[in-house]
Design a protein. Structure first.
Length: 595
């Protein structure tokens, strides 16, 4: 590969040049190149010189890591249980405040689509909306979605989306179905973009040179332009290059615009490009189509060419394994907002009418009393909950309660994933400025609220008596009595020794309420289904979205020890990635002295 100064990867540095920065192992801090063991994390990847260092880091990491810099913290950290320093604490809280305000694009004000975990039935929706799907031959997409063999961290060449005359080095940041989230080396995460694996805009390293071109710094390169050759040399030295065989040829597109107004399709949301959503052809003009997103009142609509790679035929997401976002929903008192043809505006619900009858007295509020001495399980810090939550409408009341639970949890993503995977009626809920969908039973009467209490308790692993409609007058038979008869606390040395023998340590911020330590003291083959789910989620919260599958297939401790990737993929419907992660957990369990 040619560089502008004639340098080639792998050559020794010239005289007078600064020495190459030494990369050290994250755990032992020794400079043992190459660092072959990579652990992707939220704030960038961690690199290790050996499998032993990687394993030791994992053990320490689950006991506590800084929320800002993601570094492992010592047990006697004087600053906080969540931050390694005052600087990280202030910076993280500042980032949270900024992140709660969604980035509204200029000229396109309005709401933002939210990500949901729910499956979508196109056949039912087409019948309900009395519409038809755009035929496959209208799209510039392969008949069968391409296979994605890329891995996070791989390097490749890509056209700069802001300057398509430049070919740059890019890194795979995320893999989602047949799509790649890419970041141009030398740029920042604000300019990440998505491409299909069969896009003509990505190639293997070396393609630019073979075509007679030269790799360029991305638009907005953060360093001095003169440092680009050395930056490029350092970036490629020892990096994992995406092999040429996993790049696929871009399919041929239709020769003309064949779309018809009213046809349904799946389309990328340009404001939230990780999402592919239910959409309709709103208009057709020459070689352009107007993509309108169902249920969002024009907030995300855009024009694109008929052969755009950002539009897909109905069913593409389900076929490719990519998440599919259903039509936007408007919930009021639990009523689902259903789509209607664009020419027939949806009526305003009676409770939202400006002419609503205000002469009738408002209904009395329903009050939920929270017994804060009860166990919140592994997800809820009961000390952060209010004593009561009240509202006149059952649905609004439950949504308020769930909002308080999310505010009290350090793993709110896991709570949202579990609530999104339940059976029931879909509803929207907002947390930290973002909107999500969850499912709950239909609520019309105050008495039905208590059925939701039991469902929440079972799903989130908290005490059945944590929520009550009446004021608790007696001790909780599940929590208070057990606490009063609990054995004396072990000395710190014994406690540390006991925890160190287990593969997962309870989070220090909720150790007084969490059941995880107790679970790890029980032989694995005696675990129930909920214990298995708690163990998996405590190790990798991202696996929480599969909790319902474990309940559906009744995977207890004995069944867990028998699982392998083929079983989970064939019978449980898991994808390869989650299946391999769970297999790794099973292997770790089997490596313990007592299973």
């Amino acid at each position: 590969m040619s560089l502008s100064n004639g340098a080639t990867p792998g050559k020794q540095r010239g005289p007078g040049r600064p020495p190459k920065k030494i990369i050290s192992c994250t755990w032992c801090n020794e400079s043992k190149l190459p660092l072959k063991y990579i652990l992707p994390k939220t704030n960038g990847q961690k690199e290790f010189c050996s499998e032993t260092c990687l394993a030791e880091f994992r053990k320490a990491y689950v006991k506590g890591a800084c929320l800002q810099c993601d570094n492992v913290m010592s047990g006697n950290n004087p600053v906080s249980k969540e931050y390694c320093s005052l600087l990280c604490m202030s910076k993280h809280k500042k980032d949270i405040r900024i992140a709660t305000v969604p980035p509204i694009l200029e000229g396109s004000p309005g709401p933002f689509q939210y990500e949901t975990y729910q499956p979508f039935d196109w056949d039912e929706y087409l019948k309900e909306s009395n519409s038809e799907a755009a035929p496959l031959h209208c799209f510039k997409q392969a008949v069968n979605p391409p296979i994605n063999d890329f891995k996070v961290g791989m390097k490749l060449e890509a056209l700069d989306p802001r300057n398509v005359t430049s070919t740059c080095i890019a890194t795979v940041i995320n893999v989602l179905g047949p799509r790649l989230r890419l970041r141009l080396d030398g740029s920042d995460n604000k300019n990440d973009f998505w491409r299909l694996v069969d896009s003509s805009e990505i190639h293997a390293i070396g393609h630019c040179e073979k075509s007679g071109g030269m790799l360029q710094p991305p638009l907005g390169f953060r360093m001095n332009a003169s440092s680009w050759p050395m930056f490029l040399l350092k970036t490629l030295n020892g990096a994992e290059m995406a092999p040429a065989k996993i790049f696929q040829k871009e399919p041929l597109g239709p020769g003309a615009n064949l779309f018809v107004v009213g046809q349904k399709l799946e389309a990328v949301d340009k404001k939230n490009p990780q999402l592919i959503c239910c959409a309709t052809v709103g208009a057709v003009k020459n070689d352009q189509i107007h993509v309108t997103f169902d249920g969002w009142r024009g907030a995300f609509d855009y024009w694109c060419r008929y052969d755009s790679r950002d539009i897909f035929p109905v069913g593409w997401c389900a076929k490719s394994g990519h998440p599919m976002q259903p039509p936007g929903q408007k919930n009021h008192a639990g009523a689902r907002f259903r789509m209607r043809p664009a020419s027939i505006p949806a009526p305003i619900p009676p409770t939202e009418s400006l002419e609503a009858d205000t002469s009738a007295p408002p209904p009395p509020p329903i009050v939920i009393h929270i017994r804060k001495t009860c166990s919140g399980g592994p997800l809820i810090d009961t000390t952060q909950l209010p004593d009561t939550v009240e509202d006149a409408m059952p649905v609004s009341l439950i949504k308020k309660l769930i909002g308080k639970l999310l505010d009290s949890s350090h793993k709110f993503e896991t709570i949202l994933a579990r609530l999104g995977a339940m059976q029931g009626e879909e509803m929207a809920i907002t947390h930290n400025g973002s909107t999500y969908t969850i499912k709950l039973p239909t609520l019309t009467k105050p008495g039905e609220v208590e059925t939701v209490f039991n469902l929440l308790s079972n799903t989130l692993g908290c005490c059945q008596n944590l929520f009550k409609l009446d004021i608790p007058l007696t001790e909780c038979s599940s929590c208070d009595i057990k606490q009063s008869s609990a054995p004396k606390k072990k000395p710190p040395a014994e406690q540390e020794a006991a925890i160190s023998t287990t593969p997962v340590a309870a989070d220090t911020s909720t150790s007084s309420e969490s059941n995880l330590v107790n679970i790890n003291r029980i032989p694995t083959h005696e675990w129930g289904i909920e214990e298995v789910i708690q163990f998996i989620e405590s190790t990798d919260p991202c696996l929480g979205v599969h909790a319902d599958l474990f309940r559906k297939h009744e995977i207890d401790g004995k069944a867990l020890l028998l699982l392998n990737s083929d079983m989970m993929m064939k019978y449980m419907g898991l994808k390869l990635g989650p299946a391999l992660k769970i297999c790794n957990l099973v292997s770790r369990i089997k490596g313990r002295r007592h299973i």
